[in-house]
Design a protein around this ligand. Structure first.
Ligand SMILES: [Zn+2]
Length: 267
């Protein structure tokens, strides 16, 4: 089977992981910018990081026959440092110009704080001015619904941004309905210890349908599984879903969303 994983952090993974992705049929992946597990000290750290995901990982993936794209942005955790944010916002356009960069991401909210909202708003204006696509990170904890609503409102209030070109990630049962109703794409994240098992993701497909849904591993530097999408596809198969539907969820849907960027081409 062919799979696109639209959210995976390969900068934190090994070459063995690349080989496993290739053997499993995951031949196209996109890597959002994220928190490195620690707060970076200056914008120089972001220069190196954006170079890493837009150039270095692209080349590393290519050695395994995998197409690698990235998303550029300042994550919500580090948005609390407004001076750092100021400096990072200045360098974002340079990296959005890279042929592998699909848009702004993962940007969004973590604690729904004032500083986070301020920096998110500014990144949304960069996206609006440049006509970029967006990949949104929503809070993981109890503030998820509130944060998701705040983000959607900000996007819907900007007439130059279209919900059909925005994917709202880390959605859960209590946020999917509103995200879909407003015309956005939504992502379900498979994580071994939190954020959703394959069973829970397949339940969501059965309840909410197969339109505008993408399923991802979000594999990163923490406990996570780069092959989670394959395990979820297998759970669909076990429950008797058709290969057509499995192909739609894990290949055609992310392809349709990502192909809205002229830079994207699926393997
Ligand atoms: Zn992520």
């Amino acid at each position: 089977m062919k799979v696109i994983d639209p959210h995976i952090h390969m900068a934190s993974r090994t070459t063995d992981d690349y080989m496993a992705l290739a053997l499993g049929g995951i031949h196209t992946i996109t890597e959002p910018s994220f928190w490195a597990g620690f707060d970076r000290r200056s914008a120089d750290g972001f220069h190196d990081y954006f170079h890493h995901i837009s150039v270095v990982e692209h080349a590393r993936a290519a050695r395994f026959g995998i197409k690698h794209y990235c998303w550029i942005g300042l994550n919500s955790k580090e948005s609390e440092n407004l001076q750092l944010a100021e400096d990072v916002l200045k360098i974002i356009p340079e990296y959005l110009d890279k042929p592998t960069a699909l848009g702004l991401g993962e940007i969004g909210l973590n604690k729904n704080s004032r500083n986070e909202l301020n920096v998110l708003e500014r990144q949304l204006s960069i996206a609006a001015e440049r006509g970029e696509m967006i990949l949104i990170h929503t809070p993981h904890l109890e503030d998820k619904l509130k944060g998701t609503r705040m983000i959607m409102e900000m996007i819907l209030n900007e007439p130059r941004l279209q919900p059909s070109r925005v994917l709202i990630d880390h959605a859960e049962e209590h946020t999917i309905g509103e995200i879909k109703d407003k015309g956005f794409w939504f992502g379900l994240t498979l994580y071994p210890n939190s954020k959703g098992s394959p069973e829970r993701a397949v339940d969501a497909v059965e309840i909410f349908g197969s339109e505008r849904i993408c399923i991802n591993s979000s594999a990163d530097w923490s406990v996570s599984d780069p092959l989670a999408t394959l395990k979820c596809a297998n759970e669909m198969r076990r429950r008797g879903h058709t290969e057509d539907l499995i192909n739609k969820i894990f290949y055609e849907n992310p392809k349709a969303f990502l192909s809205q960027s002229p830079k994207f081409e699926a393997a």
